[in-house]
Design a protein around this ligand. Structure first.
Ligand SMILES: *Cc1c(COP(=O)(O)O)cnc(C)c1O
Length: 394
């Protein structure tokens, strides 16, 4: 096997070497507990404060609206469970979509089955975009929260967040967005979009794993998610993950500073890859919106192909890709996102997600598409379904 070509950046990213450098002093040199009173611990406290500021700047938020968590999943859990508790007196209805990450879907399922919530799962159109009139129609006097992801992790579709925020505000309903895939990939202003809560995770933006944050707008009622000490303004107890937080701040600053240039380059390569795959391989369709799309996302369905076999064969060439989301791979259920955009089971099964990074080159794309063409041809030649189909075509 030659060099590895990593095209699974929606699953996780490489921690940037400069991010690791920024973190290193906070392990064995500046290891003080930010809650302690002496000067040495103050260095840790200051580092956490700097990171909070770096992150707040990306969103146009205030630094004391940023609460550190152990990742995107925790932030999503917190936003939904705490809002449900805090706004119980007003109602029990939550509106979300069918294409959310499992961190949202399974939390909603819990709230519905065990806590008495009523959940509406909005459909999306064939490009994976929520229809605003569906949202308007779903709102009732009992609605306390709208949670719609900023951008989808499988098909890359970017939602009309500003319009959704406006609708939520007009109706006096809280608006949460899972922005794990969008943070530092598309510009976000929490005030312009009327976002009340926002989830993000460091390991999707070249930061370390196991650290995230929840933005909670000042004035939004919320509940402590983890009970204990007074950290994170008493809302999320536990000694801060200082190296993780420092790494997150450094990763956010880095990704924000380079966003335009980096995503312009990614978009160009993404479109080149989509162009090659859809013109050079027959019986392929692009999933997700062609324009309102994450800069680094390619997702295609290849008819008469079994996604898992495709992944194994790509892996033989050192190409890392994904067929659905990492959480559902391993099971044979087709992705809920692909089903929600209307794909039949057999087409959804033959899907491939390739997500680029700032390090992806044109040579990587060419190599991958060339191998993909060969593999697809070979797999189809072994497929009885394809054979039948070709006979009928004649
Ligand atoms: C990765 C991801 C999450 C989960 O974040 P973790 O930090 O891995 O827990 C949640 N939502 C979306 C959209 C994601 O892509």
């Amino acid at each position: 096997m030659g060099k590895m070509i990593y095209l699974d950046n929606a699953a996780t990213t490489k921690t940037a070497p400069e991010v690791v450098q920024a973190m290193l002093p906070y392990f064995s040199e500046l290891y003080g507990n930010p809650s302690s009173v002496y000067d040495f611990a103050g260095r840790s406290k200051d580092a956490v404060s700097t990171a909070r500021e770096q992150i707040a700047q990306v969103l146009g938020a205030n630094k004391d609206e940023i609460y550190f968590t152990a990742g995107g999943t925790e932030s999503d859990n917190w936003a939904l469970k705490a809002a449900f508790e805090a706004y119980k007196a007003k109602g029990n209805h939550i509106i979300t979509t069918k294409i959310e990450h499992h961190a949202i879907l399974h939390t909603c399922d819990y709230l519905e089955k065990q806590r008495g919530a009523k959940i509406t799962y909005l459909d999306v159109d064939e490009n994976g975009i929520v229809r605003l009139d569906d949202l308007e129609k779903a709102i009732t006097p009992e609605t306390i929260l709208i949670s719609v992801m900023f951008a989808n992790n499988e098909i890359g579709s970017i939602q009309p967040i500003k319009e959704i925020g406006m609708i939520a505000k007009e109706h006096g309903i809280l608006f949460h967005t899972d922005a794990v895939q969008a943070f530092c990939q598309v510009p976000i202003d929490v005030n312009e979009c009327n976002i009340d809560m926002l989830s993000s995770s460091a390991h999707k933006i070249n930061g370390p794993k196991g650290i995230g944050f929840l933005y909670i707008r000042k004035g939004v009622k919320n509940r402590s998610f983890i009970h204990g000490g007074a950290q994170e303004r008493k809302r999320r107890a536990g000694t801060e993950n200082v190296p993780g937080i420092v790494g997150y701040g450094a990763a956010a600053k880095r990704a924000h500073d380079t966003m335009k240039e980096r995503t312009d380059k990614e978009k160009e390569l993404r479109d080149y890859m989509i162009q090659r795959i859809t013109t050079e391989i027959p019986y392929v369709r692009l999933n997700g919106d062609p324009v309102k799309r994450l800069p680094n996302n390619v997702n295609v369905s290849l008819q008469f192909i079994e996604g898992e076999s495709l992944l194994l064969m790509l892996d033989n060439y050192g190409i890392c890709a994904s067929s659905g989301s990492a959480c559902t791979s391993g099971s044979l259920d087709p992705s809920h996102v692909l089903l929600a955009i209307g794909l039949p089971h057999e087409i959804a099964h033959g899907s491939l997600r390739l997500t680029l990074s700032e390090e992806t080159t044109r040579e990587d794309i060419d190599f991958t598409v060339d191998r993909l063409k060969e593999i697809v041809e070979n797999l189809r030649n072994m497929s009885p379904l394809y054979e039948d189909f070709m006979k009928k075509m004649k």
